[in-house]
Design a protein around this ligand. Structure first.
Ligand code: HEM
Length: 307
């Protein structure tokens, strides 16, 4: 039977007791903890960078949408390659590929998939008719860091599908810690959403905050813990040390490339602001110059005609 990435709802059967939380935070051998340790410094860098840029992005939907579209292309690409790989007939794969397919099958979580959630948000910010219309119109990125990121992903993920795990860990878990902080700022932001008579801010902002919501589950924290648990159990003994080191290195690469992409968007906006205010300032000074010239002319005429 063909693999269906959306099959059924995603049920989390239970709350997690302390003993059931896997990996333990002090388990230094766990792949997730090793990734977090290796990316600690660069995470702080992106955290500071995004927090700073959010101050402007929350005031202007045109800036905010440029930020999330950069993440959209990344989520769409790795989720697409992931689903495509899971849909492959195992009998056509080598034994090694079948093992990786099995690991990726255990970690795949429909409730976490973000492509469609982002298409809904972006269709709101880009004013397209529907999520599908957005996806069609904005199929390909235009900014060079985003184009380069997609090319990189296509190259490495087709050759080494286990690197998908670096994207899954880094980008899905980002939605819970930093994502929660962002969700609350975005939902409360008055700069992103119009005032609609008869509707609360929460109702209006619901159209543009799908990225941070997980409607397939009741308990978001259980979803996070369940993902981390399956990630560790699936990878602990089934990946070689070399593969784990490659996943850690790819996670660092994801952070580096995300920083470059956020920087690129922010430089573009800075240029736009300078152009906008540069033009306005020129206009403003021209008007002042005309007024001063008329005034001087008036003084000259007064002197000349003696009035
Ligand atoms: C405004 C931006 C961000 C803020 C405020 C933020 C904040 C945080 C915080 C507070 C934690 C928890 C740290 C801990 O438990 O010790 C965390 C974890 C994490 N963040 Fe971020 N973050 C941001 C952006 C990002 C981005 C852009 C990425 C990915 C590209 C990312 C990936 C992660 C990952 C992978 C973890 C580890 C989660 C886990 O193991 O459960 N974060 N972040």
């Amino acid at each position: 039977m063909a693999f269906d990435p959306h099959a059924g709802s995603y049920e989390i059967k239970k709350k997690f007791t302390q003993e059931e939380v896997i990996p333990a935070p002090d388990d230094i051998g766990a792949l997730a903890n090793r990734i977090n340790k290796a990316t600690h410094a660069i995470h702080n860098k992106i955290n500071n960078l995004i927090s700073l840029k959010m101050v402007f992005a929350l005031r202007d939907p045109k800036i905010y949408r440029q930020g999330i579209i950069a993440f959209y292309y990344v989520f769409r690409e790795f989720e697409h390659i992931w689903v495509e790989f899971l849909a492959q007939d195992p009998t056509t794969l080598t034994e090694d590929q079948r093992e990786i397919q099995d690991i990726l099958q255990q970690v795949w979580t429909p409730a976490l998939a973000r492509t469609e959630a982002l298409e809904l948000d972006l269709s709101f910010y880009y004013h397209t008719e529907s999520a599908e219309a957005f996806a069609q119109k904005y199929q390909n990125p235009v900014m060079s860091e985003q184009i380069s990121m997609l090319k990189h992903m296509k190259d490495v993920l087709h050759e080494k599908p286990y690197l998908i795990l670096a994207y899954a860990h880094t980008l899905y878990l980002a939605l819970f810690a930093g994502g929660r902080i962002m969700r609350s700022s975005v939902a409360k932001s008055t700069g992103l959403f119009p005032v609609v008579p008869g509707k609360t801010q929460e109702e209006v902002s619901a159209n543009g905050t799908h990225l941070f919501k997980f409607p397939m589950v009741d308990d978001e924290d259980a979803l996070r813990l369940d993902f981390k648990r399956r990630f560790e159990l699936a990878t602990r003994n089934s990946l070689s040390e070399e593969q784990k080191l490659e996943i850690i290195a790819e996670s660092e690469e994801i952070f580096r490339r995300n920083i470059a992409a956020v920087d690129e968007v922010s430089r573009k906006n800075q240029r736009a602001i300078v152009q906008k205010f540069g033009y306005k300032a020129t206009k403003f000074f021209s008007i002042i110059l005309i007024i001063v010239s008329i005034f001087l002319l008036f003084l000259q005429m007064r002197k000349f005609f003696n009035f």
